[in-house]
Design a protein. Structure first.
Length: 188
C-alpha cells in the first residue's frame, strides 16, 4: 500500500497547490452550484488547506490510520460534489487542480474523483483492518507513486482533449459529406 498512499498524498498536495496558485479555480465551480462567491472563496481556501495537511501527513506518516480515514471522507465529499454538480446541470469544470484542468468535462471530473475516492477507501480499509504498518516509503514507492499521481492529474484533461478532437473530426467528416452530396446534386 505504500505506493498507493504516496499516490494519494501527492495528488492531494498537487490539488491544493493548483487551487492555491489559481485563486479562481474552485470558486467558479462552486459559484455555478449557487454558492456565493464569498463563501466559495473561503471553501476553496479551506479545501486546499485540508488537502495539503492530509497529503503532508500521509507522506510524513503522521497518524496514518486517522489521516487515511480523513482522506477517504474528503474524497467521498468530492464525489458527492461532482454528482450534485452534474444533477444541477452545470457544465462548469471543477478546476480541482487549478489551471491544469480548466476545461475538464464534468463526467471526466466525476470519474477522476471516483478513482481517487476508491484509492483512498482501499488504503483506509487496509489500515483499519490490520494491514497498517509503520510507513516506510522506499525509493520505488516514492517514485512510482509520484509518477502515478502526475499521470492521474494529466490523463483526464488529455482524455477530454481527445474527446473534443474526435468530435471535431466527426463534424468535419459530416461537413465534407454534405459538401460532396451538394456537389453531386449539382453535377448529377
Amino acid at each position: 500500500m505504500p505506493l498507493i498512499t504516496v499516490f494519494i498524498a501527492v495528488v492531494l498536495v498537487a490539488s491544493a497547490i493548483g487551487k492555491l496558485t489559481s485563486s479562481e479555480a474552485l470558486v467558479s465551480y462552486l459559484a455555478a452550484l449557487r454558492i456565493s462567491r464569498h463563501i466559495a472563496g473561503r471553501l476553496t481556501a479551506g479545501v486546499s488547506l485540508v488537502e495539503l495537511i492530509i497529503g503532508v501527513a500521509l507522506l510524513a506518516g503522521i497518524a496514518v490510520r486517522w489521516v487515511t480515514a480523513a482522506a477517504a471522507g474528503v474524497t467521498i465529499l468530492f464525489v458527492v460534489t461532482h454528482v450534485v454538480a452534474m444533477l444541477s446541470g452545470t457544465q462548469e469544470p471543477c478546476r480541482c487542480f487549478g489551471a491544469v484542468d480548466s476545461e475538464l468535462q464534468p463526467a471526466l471530473g466525476l470519474a477522476r474523483a471516483a478513482l481517487l475516492a476508491a484509492a483512498t477507501i482501499l488504503v483506509a480499509a487496509w489500515d483499519w483492518t490490520g494491514g497498517h504498518a509503520p510507513p516506510h516509503y522506499g525509493v520505488y514507492a516514492v517514485l512510482s507513486g509520484t509518477l502515478a499521481s502526475f499521470t492521474y492529474v494529466l490523463v483526464f484533461p488529455l482524455a477530454g482533449e481527445a474527446t473534443k478532437m474526435f468530435r471535431r473530426a466527426h463534424e468535419l467528416r459530416l461537413g465534407l459529406l454534405a459538401l460532396a452530396r451538394e456537389r453531386d446534386s449539382r453535377t448529377g
